[in-house]
Design a protein around this ligand. Structure first.
Ligand code: SF4
Length: 394
C-alpha cells in the first residue's frame, strides 16, 4: 500500500474498511508518528543500542512478558552473560537460573542454543542476513524483523499482536486477525507504512504506540499522533477492535506436592525432568514445572493427601511413609497458558530427608539458588507459611 494514490480494497477484505493513504498522507503519517516517538518514547534499557545481542535478548524476554517485569531480568542477565560468546559457553543451568521467574523457559533454552549456533556458524558474530537470523532457534518473523531493522537498519516491518491491534484500528479491520488472510494483509499494510529511512525507529514507534497509547483497553485517541488517519476512531469502533478470538477452553488441573523439611529447614528438589513423552497432556508434570528443579508432584483427582501418600510409597519403597505426617499448606493457584492449576502442597517434616538419585538438598527459603518455576516458588512459600505456629500467623 505504500506510496501511491488511493488503493483499491482487495476483494477478500472488502467487508472491512482499509487504511488507505495517498502519498502526501503517508508522508504526514510517518512524520507525525516518528516525531511523537522521538519526543515521548519511554526510557528503556534496550533503547539507544544497536548491539544485536542486546536487542535480541530484549525481544525474547518481552515475548508474553510485561516491560516492568523484564527490566530487572534483562539487566542481571546482561551482567552475567555480556555477549553471545559468554552465553554460548555457560552451563545451561546457569542460564536457566538467571531466567528463573520469567517463565516460558523454552525461550532461555533456545536463546542459548542460538548463541551456540552463532559461535559455531558465524564466528560469534550475530548474522545480518534474514535467512541466517530466521535459522536461529526461537527466532520467528517478528523477532527477526525487529533485530534486522533496529540493529542493522534493514527494511523489515514488525508485526505482532500489539502492532496488529494498532493496524486493525487504523484500518477498522474486523474479524480474527490471526486468520492467515488477515495476517498476510496486515503484514502488507505494515510493510507499506514502514519508513525506509528509519526502519528501526519506525518499528519501535509502532510498538510504542501500541504499548502506551493504542492500548488493548481504552485507547487514548486524544493523545494519538496519527488519530486523524484512524478509521476505527472515525467509525467509533476503535475500542471494539480487534474483535475477540475464540478462546481455547481452559482446563482445570489438580496437583499434589510433597515439600519435605528437615529440622535445619532444608528441603529436597527433584532434578529437571528429561522425559519428552506425553507433552500434549494438560496435566503432564514436566511441562507444568517448566522442566526445572521441582518438588515431588503428581496430578490427582480425589483425595490429594491419600493420592500423594500412595505415590510416595511407590516412589520411595524403602521409607516408612505410613508414619509420615502430611501437614496441608494453603492451596496454591497458578495459571499457565490454557491450564488453571490448583496445587495442594503438603509439608512433611522429617529428621532425615530421603535419598533420591539426582535430587538436591537446599534450604527451603533459598530454593531459587536453583532454576525453579514460579509454581515451585509459590509452593515453597506456602510450605514455609505452614511451618509457622497458628499464634504467630496472626
Ligand atoms: S486514534 Fe485511537 S484507535 Fe486509532 S490508532 Fe490512535 S489510539 Fe489507536
Amino acid at each position: 500500500m505504500a506510496g501511491t494514490d488511493k488503493n483499491v480494497c482487495p476483494t477478500y477484505l472488502c467487508e472491512n474498511v482499509q487504511l488507505m493513504l495517498n502519498t502526501r498522507e503517508l508522508s504526514t503519517f510517518r512524520k507525525q508518528l516518528l516525531t511523537w516517538f522521538r519526543q515521548f518514547q519511554r526510557d528503556l534499557p534496550w533503547r539507544g543500542t544497536m548491539d544485536p545481542y542486546r536487542i535480541w535478548l530484549s525481544e525474547i524476554m518481552l515475548q508474553q512478558t510485561r516491560v516492568a517485569a523484564v527490566i530487572p531480568y534483562y539487566e542481571k542477565f546482561l551482567e552475567r552473560f555480556q555477549n553471545v560468546q559468554s552465553l554460548a559457553a555457560a552451563p545451561q543451568e546457569d542460564v536457566l537460573r538467571f531466567w528463573s521467574g520469567l517463565g516460558y523457559y523454552s525461550r532461555a533454552r533456545n536463546l542459548q542454543k542460538a548463541a551456540q549456533q552463532i559461535v559455531a556458524k558465524h564466528d560469534g558474530k550475530f548474522p545480518a542476513r534474514p535467512e541466517d537470523v530466521l535459522d536461529l532457534p526461537g527466532i520467528g518473523n517478528y523477532t527477526a524483523a525487529a533485530i534486522l531493522s533496529i540493529a542493522f537498519g534493514e527494511k523489515h516491518a514488525v508485526l505482532d499482536g500489539n502492532v496488529a491491534r494498532v493496524l486493525a484500528r487504523l484500518g477498522a479491520i474486523r474479524g480474527d486477525l490471526r486468520e492467515p488472510r488477515h495476517w498476510q494483509q496486515l503484514q502488507k499494510t505494515a510493510d507499506g507504512l514502514l519508513d525506509g529511512n528509519s526502519p528501526g525507529d519506525w518499528n519501535q514507534a509502532m510498538m510504542e504506540l501500541g504499548a502506551t497509547v493504542c492500548t488493548p483497553k481504552s485507547p487514548q485517541c486524544l493523545l494519538c499522533p496519527v488519530a486523524q488517519f484512524c478509521e476505527g476512531r472515525k467509525l467509533g469502533i476503535a475500542e471494539d477492535l480487534p474483535e475477540k478470538r475464540k478462546k481455547r477452553t481452559i482446563i482445570q488441573v489438580t496437583l499434589a506436592t510433597a515439600v519435605f523439611a528437615d529440622k535445619n529447614g532444608r528441603t529436597l528438589l527433584l532434578s529437571p525432568p528429561t522425559d519428552k513423552n506425553e507433552e500434549s497432556l494438560a496435566d503432564f508434570v514436566p511441562i507444568i514445572v517448566s522442566r526445572l528443579w521441582h518438588f515431588p508432584t503428581i496430578s490427582v483427582n480425589g483425595d490429594p493427601a491419600a493420592k500423594l501418600r500412595a505415590f510416595l510409597k511407590r516412589f520411595l519403597p524403602r521409607e516408612r511413609i505410613a508414619k509420615w505426617k502430611f501437614a496441608p499448606a494453603a492451596k496454591v493457584r497458578h495459571a499457565v497458558t490454557y491450564r488453571d492449576i490448583a496445587i495442594f502442597p503438603f509439608r512433611i517434616n522429617l529428621n532425615k530427608l530421603p535419598r533420591i538419585p539426582g535430587a538436591k538438598i537446599v534450604p527451603l527459603h533459598e530454593i531459587s539458588a536453583l532454576p525453579v518455576s514460579n509454581l515451585t516458588r509459590k509452593v515453597a512459600l506456602a510450605a514455609e507459611a505452614a511451618a509457622i505456629p497458628l499464634s504467630k500467623k496472626r
